[in-house]
Design a protein. Structure first.
Length: 220
């Protein structure tokens, strides 16, 4: 892996290019409007194990790395038993890579660490419901179980938009648990977009003030 690919040797998928993302122009139209991430509307697991909470908390910590880099805060952790094999965070902007979702980063780093393109017996924890691309990669990797936090009504491929894992012709390997620390994971995304909207408003207000100070343009 080259340093610009978004992976590093320790499997943590730390990326050198993320600093670039902080300078990226925030989009005016957020990917996840806050109303789409209201927790509690989907079925949450009745009982969340201490183990699932613990590993999801690690995925949440990885998501904060994405936030710090100006990326949508989604994080993932890949574990085998009690061992953390790799973590990854969302970084498509800084990585100039549409496939650089948190799950992909964790899968790539884990496959490198284990020197195996298949990862049987492993579980992937991710703070946001995987998209179709990530669901496909998860199936190719033969991941045993996916655990996700917030549901994604825009691109979720574990039941919200489509359920890729429910198709027995596609999926023979992966079980899915959704809604683990759902409210907390959703809140991290909501606060990110709220901050971004605030920053855009402040920028526009400053630009309007500057225009007022300049006064009306002189007629030519
Ligand atoms: Zn994805």
């Amino acid at each position: 892996m080259s340093p610009s690919s978004g992976e590093c040797a320790d499997g943590g998928a730390q990326i050198s290019g993320c600093a670039v993302a902080a300078a990226a122009e925030p989009a005016a139209d957020p990917l996840f409007p806050p109303s789409d991430l209201d927790p509690g509307q989907a079925d949450a697991p009745r009982e969340v194990s201490e183990r699932d909470r613990r590993f999801m908390a690690l995925a949440q910590a990885a998501a904060e790395k994405a936030r710090a880099a100006g990326e949508v805060p989604v994080g993932a952790v890949l574990v085998r038993g009690e061992e953390v094999i790799a973590t990854g965070f969302n970084h498509p902007i800084g990585g100039h890579d549409p496939s650089a979702h948190a799950e992909m980063a964790a899968l790539r780093a884990a496959a490198q660490a284990l020197e195996n393109y298949r990862l049987p017996g492993c579980e992937l924890y991710v703070t946001l419901e995987p998209c179709l691309m990530c669901a496909g990669a998860i199936m190719h990797a033969r991941i045993a179980r996916v655990v996700f936090g917030a549901r994604d009504p825009k691109t979720g491929a574990c039941g919200s938009v489509v359920d890729a894992f429910a198709n027995p012709q596609l999926n023979h390997h992966t079980s899915v648990t959704g809604g683990v620390l759902e409210a907390e994971c959703g809140q991290a995304l909501k606060s990110f977009f709220a901050d971004r909207r605030r920053a855009i408003r402040a920028e526009r207000a400053a630009a309007a003030d500057a225009a007022r100070e300049r006064g009306p343009a002189e007629p030519v």
